[in-house]
Ligand binder design. Sequence first.
Ligand SMILES: NC(=O)C1=CN([C@@H]2O[C@H](COP(=O)(O)OP(=O)(O)OC[C@H]3O[C@@H](n4cnc5c(N)ncnc54)[C@H](O)[C@@H]3O)[C@@H](O)[C@H]2O)C=CC1
Ligand SMILES: O=C(O)C(=O)[C@H](O)COP(=O)(O)O
Length: 371
Amino acid sequence: MNLLADENMAALTPLFAPLGRLRALPGRDISATDMADVEALLVRSVTRVDASLLAAAPKLRFVGTATIGTDHLDLAALSERGIRWANAPGCNAEAVGEWVLQALLVLALRSGRALRDCTLGIVGVGNTGSAVLRRLKALGVRVLCCDPLRQAAGDSGPWFSLDQLLAQCDGITLHVPLVEGGANATRALLDQQRLAQLGEGAWLLNASRGEVIDNRALVAEKRRRPDLKLALDVWEQEPLPMPELVELADIATPHIAGYSLEGKIRGSLMLHCALTRGQVRTPALAELLDAPAKPAEAAPTTLDDQSLLGLLQQVFDLEREDERFRAALPGGFDARRKANLARRECSALTLRPVDDTQRTVLSALGFSLTE
Ligand SMILES: NC(=O)C1=CN([C@@H]2O[C@H](COP(=O)(O)OP(=O)(O)OC[C@H]3O[C@@H](n4cnc5c(N)ncnc54)[C@H](O)[C@@H]3O)[C@@H](O)[C@H]2O)C=CC1
Ligand SMILES: O=C(O)C(=O)[C@H](O)COP(=O)(O)O
């Protein structure tokens, strides 16, 4: 089998080289001229798999994306050609949960508020939204959830509308897919009118897709109301986000909320399983995660916002990445993404809890715990 893959996919060689002739290219460079012999194409979010790419790939039988989002794939064109495709649902949800929790703690500490006293809204409660919800519930934060699709499917709530979240929440975090049209469109879900409904001093976090917020309207609203606090991981026009929006954002990162070594390997494993349809054994995560475990350390006596932030920063330091990202612009968006490929999840840190209550909280936050 001829395989063409994005060179930045994790565990590419050990997983896919045994399946055939494997070529690897930078994801943004994959184009029609590379496709003549390709039977299996493995991509990330930066390769557009559209009708023109598919037209140049007469032998293509499988497309896999090692991501949760599928907005870079033309699914209708794939189905028209009868090409099997797979994504990696949930692969990096834990990393997104960790990014959001750390961003919330930073915003809380900067504004002199306790996270536990805030009401937070989650828009889109699938894999990543649920990873956020689990963490916030464990910390005793009041959370309002908005997911009209799950609500319509009869999933147990309570559910709230987006307008209710905008009216009632101190902070809102977005976890919806980018959907271009139809009844469930999410492009510019937060447009000028909705942004204006954010309460005084409200926090707005986006770790979904940049296009879910109208970026121009957001620049205008933040200029009009500097009290709003923005934590943005995703941007319209990546890898060239609007410079004025990066400058205005209180926390800015280069689309790395979902970046963790564990998440990247999970994504590759899911594609290996889908491509081989179980005919070849897919290894377990631990077989590929060749990373030394750190010795266990005592958890802090009190889990206040400052000590929680300290724990999360031991694994990944969001404010430092914010600084490095700003320093790398205008050209360094992809370089900063690449620099984050080896980020670990909180499970890489083993803690000794002081009691069973703390054990429950730290476990929900994703840390490994001593027996
Ligand atoms: N920044 C990053 O590194 C990452 C970004 N993402 C993005 O986040 C998106 C969400 O990821 P998951 O939670 O894993 O997807 P998911 O498919 O598990 O969940 C999405 C949820 O959004 C809900 N939803 C759809 N339209 C909605 C609307 N208009 N209002 C409220 N809820 C709505 C769906 O019903 C679903 O429950 C992905 O599609 C991807 O674009 C995902 C992973 C990493
Ligand atoms: O899974 C998704 O959807 C994402 O947004 C990924 O975190 C993006 O990862 P890469 O495409 O840059 O590997």
